[in-house]
Structure formats: C-alpha cells, structure tokens
Write a protein of this length. Structure first.
Length: 479
C-alpha cells in the first residue's frame, strides 16, 4: 500500500478531464450562462492578469484566437525536460478564457480575452513533486500568475481526495503563501471528487449542461464528479458550462471544435470559467483605489456568494417560512457561476466592523488574533434575504518536501443576530474553511454579523462577502 504523506515524490499516471470527443462560447458566457459579457461591457476583460495552466501538454500559441497586436496571448513552458508538446485539450481550455475570435469565428469571445496565459507542461505521463514545485515557483514568482488552473486529475484509487495528499498540500501551501487563486476541477467519471479538486484553498468547479438544448445551463452532467470529499468537506463550490462550447483546437491555426456536445459535463471545460471570472475581478481590483479587494480570500468569497443555486430548482422563489437555508449541493456546489453578480459585489466596496452599512452588497477583509471577534452591522428590511459567505486559507508549514498543518488550525464561527436580539443563524465551519448562509429577514433595523476566532491561532486573515436580495430572487429549497 502506498503511503503518500511520507514520500518525497511519487510516480503517478493520470487522465485528462476531457473525454475523447469534445455548440458556442457565446451562449455559455451570455445571460443563459455565466453572464461574463455583461462585465466586458463595463470595460473589464482581464487585462493585465496572468493565468497559469499546468497540464500534460501545451497550447497552440499560434492559433488565430490568441493573436494580439503585441503577439500571442499565450506563452508555453516545459518543466519536464521532454520538450513542449502541443495539446488540443489544453488549447481548448485556453480558448474558453482567452479567445478573441477569428475571421471564421468572430463571435466566439472568451471570458477574459484581455488576460495572458502561461501554459506549463509539468507532466509527461508521470508526475513528480519536484517538477510541480519547479513549475509553481516559476509561474508564480517569475511570471506573476495570480490564477492557477490544472488540466488533470489523479486516480482516486491511488490518491484519496481527503486533503492530505502531497499534491493537495502543495497547492494549498502555494495558494496561502503567495496569495493566488487555485481553480481545480471536480473531475470526471470517478463517482467522487478527485485530486486536485479536494484542496482547501481552491475553488472547485463542476460541469454544467443544458436539460433543453435551446435553454439555459441548468443541470449537472453525469460525468462531473459529485462531492463531498472523502473526508466530508463541501466540494465542489461552483458549477460552470461545459456543453456545446466552440473552442480553438490544436490541430490548426484557425480550427475549432465543439466540446462536450452530448452534455456529459466534462470539467476541463468548466474550470476556465472560474479562472476567467477571477481574472476579471483581479483587473477590476487593479483599477480601483480600494485596499484589499485583490486578496484571494475576498475574491473567493465574492465569487461563491454570487453563485446562483436557483437554476437547479423547479421553483425559483423561497417560501416565507424558510428562515434559513444551507445552499450547498453535492453535485452543483453553491450554484452556477455568475460573473456580473461577482463583479457588482466586489464593486460594492468594503464594510468595516462596528460601523453601520446601508449597502445592498459588498465585502470585508480582516485579520484576527486568538479568541477575537469582528462584528459587522448591516441595515436590513423585512422580506429581504441576507446571503453571507466567509472564507479563509488553510495554512501549512513547509519543511523541504514535508507539509505540516497549522496547529491549532484557524477556524471561524459565524453568527447573525436580528435587531431585536434573536440569533437567526449560528454556524461553525467543521472541516471546511468556508461558510455560506442565507437568512430571511423579518425586522427593520441593523443586523449583526459576528465572526469569531475560537482558536489560539493568531494574525490570520479572512474574506467575507454579503448581499441583500428580494425574496422573489431566492430559491425555495436546495435539493
């Protein structure tokens, strides 16, 4: 039996997140999908943001979809010593994010066409810890990538998705140490979340398809792995379109392919959406003068708080008797990615402890010491719903190739109290490092959101996002 925790490196085989077959990006990024084009209309395209893709191959950097006046938006690297290896799989993933269209496909514009993508080949059918470390060091510290995608999954019978593998620990360490967004996939056809989708500090994405070929993206594909992780954590967090995307392929400089036409929910098409939306938010943060809006805990909280679970429900309104709901679902996570809502929440700006906020949406960033609490005050009204998400990083100490969890591990408790003093919600994270709740408001006045660190962990940070929504915009239940 292989004990992964004690090995310096381990030889592994893996398989792509696509299937052997791969209708347009335009539909997936419009109102029926993740609503990214509405953010483009605000002048935000991911400009100035560097994204990394780690996979078994590289991107066809000469494809017309990646042409820019300054050259290709793609740069390829090899960390295996075996040379570059052009891959249609990785070209597809890049196209979903970066495509600026072409003469033959002018409407196929990607999620973040202003960004740049650094494609690192970190495996040649075998994966070593030293190779992935070298790749992450280069792409983060030298190429200044703030977002890391991974185009492979590891077999569940070799590497359990419990957060304790060397691979997951390595990713969590880099996410926290260098403040980068990790966007892994839920994985395909394994029946449960696979590595790298079990990371604490990443945003794991499931594969979203259409129940009606002409309708919205509203179902999870049968191939998309459901949660939770083997240790019981709530992964995936999000879902994003996979079916019918028209994307660049690696076999020609203006050749395109229809991905996942039968709607299996293959998750390599899903994760570029999450990475692309993160790029949009990073650009928006760079253009603002507000401090801490580019912190990855803030970006993660904003994205997940904006996720829409109603697409998966028969009834799109919440009953007035439903005082509090937990909106996580093993297949769809907290709901469908919504780029416009995430952008609006980030642009809503920060709120500060002990100061009454009359905003309808916004975020907070804070640093806590042992046994400390932060109290936020939000003006609410009856028949609104208050949606709150708070997240923080798992912190690991690195000793050469060994990773040790912070002890005690930093955690937060979330409590929401009504103007009359009634406790409407009290939640602990358990094994997770994220809490999302949805509360029906029945009083007019200030509601208290209390975040408490019940541990002795000191100077640990968190991100929080919130939104006040009309009752009719919320789901009636979560299946």
């Amino acid at each position: 039996m292989i004990r992964l925790y004690y090995l310096e490196y381990i030889l592994l085989s893996f398989y792509f997140l696509f299937g052997s077959t791969a209708l347009g990006i335009k539909e997936a990024l419009g109102e029926q999908g993740i609503n990214a084009y509405a953010v483009h209309e605000k002048g935000i395209t991911g400009a100035g943001v560097n994204i990394a893709l780690l996979s078994n191959g590289n991107i066809r950097d000469g494809h017309a979809a990646f042409e820019r006046s300054s050259g290709s938006a793609v740069k390829n690297y090899d960390f295996t010593g075996s040379g570059l290896s052009r891959s249609s799989h990785d070209t597809h993933m890049a196209g979903i994010i970066l495509s600026a269209g072409s003469a033959n496909h002018p409407d196929q514009i990607g999620i973040a066409p202003g960004a740049r993508l650094h494609s690192g080949r970190f495996s040649n059918k075998n994966l070593y810890q030293k190779t992935i470390t070298r790749a992450l060091d280069d792409l983060i510290t030298r190429r200044h990538c703030r977002i890391i995608m991974t185009g492979i999954q590891l077999p569940k019978d070799i590497v359990p998705a419990n957060g304790d593998s060397k691979w997951t620990q390595l990713y969590d360490y880099y996410a926290e140490t260098y403040d980068v967004i990790i966007t892994p996939a839920a994985g395909n056809s394994a029946g449960t979340i696979t590595v790298f989708g079990d990371g604490y500090n990443g945003i794991t994405t499931a594969g979203l398809v259409r129940s009606d070929p002409n309708g919205p993206y509203d179902s999870i594909g049968t191939a998309s792995n459901p949660g939770p992780t083997t240790d019981g954590r709530k992964k995936p967090e999000l879902c994003a379109p996979t079916q019918g995307l028209t994307a660049p392929t690696g076999s020609g400089d203006d050749l395109w392919k229809t991905l996942d036409p039968t709607g299996r929910g293959l998750t390599s098409s899903a994760i570029p959406h999450t990475a692309g939306v993160a790029a949009l938010l990073f650009e928006a943060a760079a253009k603002s003068t507000v401090e801490n809006d580019d912190r990855t805990e803030v970006i993660k909280a904003v994205i997940i708080n904006s996720a829409d679970p109603s697409a998966f429900l028969a009834n799109g309104s919440i009953a007035s008797s439903a005082d509090s709901i937990t909106s996580w679902n093993p297949k769809s996570g907290y709901g469908k990615l919504d780029a416009l809502k995430a952008y609006n929440t980030l642009m809503g700006g920060p709120i500060t402890p002990n100061t009454l906020s009359k905003k309808n949406l916004g975020w907070a960033y804070g640093v806590m010491n042992a046994d400390q609490e932060h109290i936020y005050r939000i003006q609410g009204k009856p028949q609104l719903r208050l949606v709150v998400t708070v997240t923080w990083h798992r912190k690991l100490k690195r000793i050469e190739t060994l990773f040790l969890d912070e002890s005690p591990r930093f955690q937060l408790n979330l409590k929401i109290v009504s103007p009359s003093g009634n406790v409407l919600s009290f939640e602990t994270a358990g094994k997770d490092n994220l809490i999302k709740t949805d509360i029906l408001l029945k009083e007019d006045g200030p509601y208290l959101i209390t975040l408490k660190n019940p541990t002795s962990a000191k100077e640990r940070d968190y991100g929080m996002a919130f939104e006040l929504l009309p009752l009719e915009n919320q789901p009636s239940n979560i299946p």
